[in-house]
Design a protein around this ligand. Structure first.
Ligand SMILES: [Mg+2]
Length: 383
């Protein structure tokens, strides 16, 4: 329920593209990222208070059909006109404004919707985690390790991650860079380590025997082995495997999550709020999965400290029972965009910022200025 009877109406939306160099290139089955172009969204109400969102779309349409450039266009052309000047009392009313007659563009919609949640939390002087229904004081963190050029390199990184406290090691795999890598990492980390693999859709059902052989590595889960549209084939594959499948790319909406559960196409969900269109559908997927005893965790999209703040807030909800890809700022960035960088303790825990209003990722204005490459301000022109 809204604790604030005063309506919100956005006066301006400021789009900014920032460019951040990754500490090291990140390689998955569909490509390599070395420089991250990030779209930050600032929503500003009539009183001049700001909320921040981050669009998770990449530079190329590899993970999803959306890119940073299509998101920019979608916000300017279709999202901003629907939301600027519109009155709403609670941020859960924003998502429905962005749906009728407007297909897709979920990452663009999410960036604005999540900024509205941040704005509402800041205006109420409450942490975003509280507004979302979160409970945890800290969230357990896993590492996501990109595809390495040699088995030895991967083993070294996985071992270093466990030594640093990470609660889960996820390794990216692809055909040819999988079985031997998994075997070596399992042998090095021992049978107790929480280990999983993410294929980003690099396999087909013809690889079923090959994937079934991974059962011997006792993985926590295999994430998205098949195509993003392949719920039916994931269900066929799940019947062949003892290892639970986790779906990421396939879960683009509440309905897709419901279908996954019904079809037994996966037994774990990686929730990325950007992928499903924002916090409102994320909360519904969380509720649905909890009711079906399907564990969820929060994935990562090479976010800056703003997106990290949103993800950490979401991961504080009770159904997020598995470690999320919520690495500290230093894992990806030489210097993050936020004043207080995200850190992880030796137990692999990241603190939820219950001591401040909003998502906990407050922008460092100087850092913002030096990384911004383009800006556009969208205003309410209805008077
Ligand atoms: Mg994934």
């Amino acid at each position: 329920m809204s604790g604030d009877p005063t309506s919100f109406a956005l006066a301006r939306i400021v789009l900014r593209e920032i460019s951040l160099a990754l500490v090291e290139p990140f390689r998955i089955s569909s490509g390599v990222t070395s420089q991250r172009r990030i779209l930050l969204v600032e929503v500003i109400d009539g009183g001049g208070l700001s909320g921040w969102g981050e669009c998770v779309a990449g530079e190329e349409p590899t993970y999803s059909p959306e890119t940073i450039d299509t998101a920019w266009l979608a916000i300017r052309r279709w999202i901003a006109p629907r939301i600027l000047g519109m009155a709403w009392d609670h941020p859960r009313q924003v998502w429905p404004l962005l749906q009728p007659g407007f297909r897709g563009h979920r990452m663009a919609k999410a960036a604005v919707e999540m900024a509205c949640w941040d704005l509402a939390a800041r205006r109420a002087g409450r942490p975003l985690a509280e507004l979302l229904g979160g409970e945890r004081k800290e969230v357990a963190t896993g590492i996501s390790i990109g595809i390495q050029s040699s088995v030895g390199e991967l083993v070294e990184r996985a071992q270093a991650a466990v030594d640093a406290g990470y609660r889960k090691v996820k390794m990216k795999i692809e055909p040819g860079n999988d079985f031997e890598f998994l075997r070596a990492v399992r042998a090095a980390l021992g049978s107790e380590a929480a280990l999983m693999a993410d294929a980003n859709s690099a396999y087909t059902l013809d690889d079923s025997d090959h994937l079934a052989a991974f059962d011997q590595f006792d993985l926590l889960m295999i994430e998205q082995p098949l195509g993003r549209q392949d719920l039916l084939r994931h269900a066929q594959l799940q019947r062949r495997l003892a290892t639970p499948l986790c779906l990421d790319e396939s879960i683009t909406s509440v309905q897709r999550a419901a279908d996954m559960i019904e079809l037994d196409a996966g037994r774990v969900v990686n929730i990325k709020p950007g992928r499903v269109g924002g916090f409102t559908p994320s909360l519904e997927i969380h509720r649905l999965c909890r009711a079906a005893s399907v564990p969820v965790w929060c994935g990562g999209m090479l976010e800056s400290g703003v997106g990290r703040g949103h993800n950490v807030s979401l991961a504080s909800l009770p159904g997020f029972t598995l470690p999320g890809d919520l690495s500290p700022s230093s894992r990806y960035w030489r210097r993050d965009i936020v004043e207080q960088e995200w850190t992880m303790d030796a137990e692999g825990l990241v603190a939820v910022r219950w001591d401040r209003a909003g998502c906990g990722g407050d922008i460092d204005p100087r850092r913002l200025a030096e990384t911004t490459v383009r800006t556009e301000t969208l205003r309410c022109n209805t008077g």
